[in-house]
Each structure stands twice: as C-alpha cells, then as structure tokens.
Design a protein around this ligand. Structure first.
Ligand SMILES: [Zn+2]
Length: 90
C-alpha cells in the first residue's frame, strides 16, 4: 500500500487556530486518541515538523485523517514512542 503524504504547512496552522480537540479512533492503536497537527506534535517533542514527518514515514508515529480530511498525528503513538525512547538502548 502506498500512501501519499502532502504537507501544507499554512493549512495546518490555519486549522490549528480554529480547531477544537479532535478525538478519533486509531485502528493501529485500537483505541481512541487525540489527533495532533504535525506542528503540535513537533512542539510537544521539541523538534521541527520535518522530523515528525520522518517519524511518520518510519512508522514510529501513526497518521490518521481527521473529519476535515487533514492528516493528523495519533497522540497515543507519540507517547508510546516517547516511552520507548526512555528505555535504555542495547
Ligand atoms: Zn495510533
């Protein structure tokens, strides 16, 4: 399966300004999760949005389409990744 990811930074910023918290079902987590824009996820992790985009491509983060058709980052996958990063590496 190929999935095309198009990032429109301006649209994401506009969306965030008018957005309420959106809850969505993440099939990969199998639970409800909050959806974050790339920018929100990036600022939470203290990185550039491009880094979040790379994590998505690497499969570390889940990307879901919101009601409005925007691709958003699954907040649950973000906290899972954070937890994994805190584990000591071999
Ligand atoms: Zn998820």
């Amino acid at each position: 399966m190929t999935r095309e990811i198009i990032i429109e930074t301006t649209e994401h910023i506009l969306f965030r300004q008018s957005a309420r918290d959106s809850l969505a079902w993440c099939p990969r987590c199998g639970c409800q999760t909050r959806l974050l824009s790339l920018e929100e996820a990036a600022s939470l992790m203290g990185v550039e949005p491009a880094v979040v985009d790379r994590w998505v491509r690497q499969g570390k983060l889940h990307l879901e389409a919101s009601d409005h058709g925007f691709l958003k980052v699954c907040a649950n996958s973000l906290s899972l990744m954070r937890a994994r990063e805190n584990e000591p590496e071999e």
